[in-house]
Design a protein. Structure first.
Length: 60
């Protein structure tokens, strides 16, 4: 497998993980935060005081 395909597969897995994490947070309201790293960025799913889920992506 070439480098481009590996990178594409890793990104697809990253996106899958984020949405599976979102589903987990919907099912379990006690989960306060989940983090998903990918290359030079990290995506954080967190709850606010009202229980709403927010996506935040930061450069590392």
């Amino acid at each position: 497998m070439n480098k481009r395909q590996k990178k594409k597969q890793a990104y697809k897995q990253y996106m899958r993980d984020i949405f599976e994490g979102y589903e987990q947070m919907l099912e379990d309201p006690k989960l306060p935060e989940l983090k998903f790293p990918y290359l030079n960025e990290i995506t954080i799913l967190s709850r606010d005081s009202d229980g709403k889920i927010h996506f935040t992506t930061k450069e590392v």
